[in-house]
Design a protein around this ligand. Structure first.
Ligand code: ZN
Length: 500
């Protein structure tokens, strides 16, 4: 016990001092590369260097492990690239929203609270905690799309400096909307003209954001009448001004767009990713594929099925959403699912995001989006895993750094007890997560059992109806700390140094 405590202290120190990463070998693992074909390599050993990068990946019998490297026996375990979530919000946990807070008055109340001197430390603690929840669930890179202020920019800088653990963050800051539009006033800067729009973009860029987010149409949670969720809000000229400013700085722009017309206008303005999306036609498909106003000449779709489907599949008595929200959800979800399927069929670039923090979208449930893409949008499990790793990295422009297991890339690793290509549920309970070479021991997210049960039930289909026993085996009740100490990677395992 004292030994365990000692090694834990050693690691706490390693975490708190910014430069130290201890090199290690992860031996005898099965690797899921994350390519589209679902390539699997058996009995491989991964070496991770003190710079936090992958040094070597080779068959175990061809690998000699340097003496000073910690040794982790990965027999029976599967390793894949860490997940990337393109659509997160860190200011909320994903519990059902109090309907009163969705009114303009309620939003103003919340807004003044989190912007107040009293609310600020609370907000900082909340976003740090939520980023850790994502990391513990195997997500090693996130893009936020709508922050309260620049609290996530600050968190990103702390993580990059090694002052606090967390995923790689690309932060948006507040989203950009029209007055009274989607996200305003809680998480948006507003503008009424192209000139003002460009100023709001410039303000975010000056504050150090990595990406921008536009509210091109209304949204579900703050819509006050039926049909408002997808109705166009910001003008094409305003959005164009924002895209021009962003692209001059090499920054991509995401647009919340929940109707065909909203998607068309945002694409015409030059946004790089469409969030949620809607039914596509030939014109829209062609615009996604070849978009001269986008930073890289094309635009991607990020469907976020996790954010809409639960509202339509779980009873209104449980979700607590209003009739207006329910009607808007149905329309939006129908369009979103159709769009995701059409985009996949057409071979467009489809990324993976969940809209964490929204109602019934806990920070730790990224894996569910993959299952939904398979079930509702025609993806194979291999395609879904490819999308959440390599495609997402390419969309963010960080594919030279992460998204794949290759020497020279950041050691962003997700270690699982089973192969996710056989059952995506293997992703729900990682055995170990490594972010930029730093292990997260006992990666046990703080779950909401009631929400998990509702989602399990809502998304249960014939494929999963036999999984009752498996579910029980995965419940938190059986994953006690003792179980983890014995069977999962702990600091003690790492310090064990026994070589197989
Ligand atoms: Zn969102």
């Amino acid at each position: 016990m004292r030994f365990l405590q000692k090694s834990f202290d050693k690691f706490s120190r390693a975490f708190s001092s910014n430069a130290i990463i201890e090199p290690f070998a992860l031996a005898h693992v099965t690797i899921v590369t994350g390519d589209k074909a679902g390539t699997v390599r058996r009995n491989m050993t991964i070496l991770v260097g003190a710079n936090g990068r992958i040094e070597q990946i080779a068959p175990s019998i061809e690998t000699s492990i340097p003496e000073e490297y910690h040794y982790l026996d990965g027999t029976g375990r599967t390793v894949m690239p860490g997940l990337i979530n393109l659509h997160t919000h860190l200011f909320a946990q994903g519990k059902p929203l109090n309907p009163k807070l969705a009114t303009p008055q309620g939003q103003r109340m919340v807004s003044s609270l989190v912007h107040s001197p009293l609310g600020r430390p609370y907000l900082n603690a909340l976003v740090k905690r939520n980023a850790m929840e994502l990391l513990k669930s195997g997500v090693t890179t996130i893009r936020t799309l709508g922050d309260v202020g620049y609290e996530v920019v600050a968190l990103r800088d702390h993580i990059n400096a090694g002052e606090t653990p967390g995923p790689r963050i690309l932060a948006s800051g507040p989203l950009l909307a029209i007055p009274e539009g989607h996200g305003a006033p809680l998480i948006a800067l507003t503008s009424s003209t192209p000139e003002e729009a460009r100023e709001t973009a410039a303000k975010n860029i000056m504050a150090g954001v990595n990406v921008l987010k536009i509210a091109a149409t209304g949204g579900v949670t703050d819509a006050q009448k039926i049909g408002e969720a997808g109705s166009p809000q910001m003008s094409i000229d305003q959005m164009r001004a924002i895209c021009d400013e962003a692209h001059e700085h090499g920054i991509i722009v995401a647009a919340h767009a929940q109707s065909p017309e909203g998607v068309r206008r945002a694409l015409a303005a030059g946004v790089d990713t469409i969030e949620h999306g809607s039914v596509l036609d030939d014109e829209l498909i062609a615009l996604f594929r070849n978009n001269p106003n986008a930073l890289r000449g094309y635009s991607a779709l990020v469907p976020t099925l996790s954010a809409g489907l639960p509202l339509t599949m779980i009873g209104q008595d449980v979700t607590g959403i209003t009739d207006i929200q329910l009607e808007n959800s149905k329309t939006v979800v129908e369009g979103m699912v159709a769009g995701a399927r059409q985009a996949h069929e057409a071979g467009l670039v489809v990324g993976v995001g969940t809209d964490t923090g929204m109602t019934f979208v806990p920070q730790y449930a990224t894996w569910r989006e993959l299952a939904l893409l398979v079930r509702f949008a025609g993806f194979t499990p291999a395609e879904a895993i490819h999308a959440v790793t390599q495609t997402n990295a390419t969309i963010l422009g960080v594919d030279s750094v992460t998204g794949a297991l290759e020497p020279g890339k950041s050691a962003d690793l997700l270690v699982l007890d089973a192969n996710p290509l056989d059952d995506l549920r293997a992703l729900a309970h990682p055995a170990l997560v490594v972010a930029a070479g730093r292990p997260v021991w006992r990666p046990k997210p703080d779950r909401f059992p009631e929400i998990d049960a509702l989602l399990d039930e809502a998304f249960a289909d014939e494929v999963h109806s036999n999984d009752v026993h498996e579910d029980e085996a995965h419940s938190d009740a059986t994953h006690t700390d003792e179980t983890y100490t014995d069977e999962t990677y702990t600091d003690a395992t790492y310090a064990g140094e026994t070589r197989a």
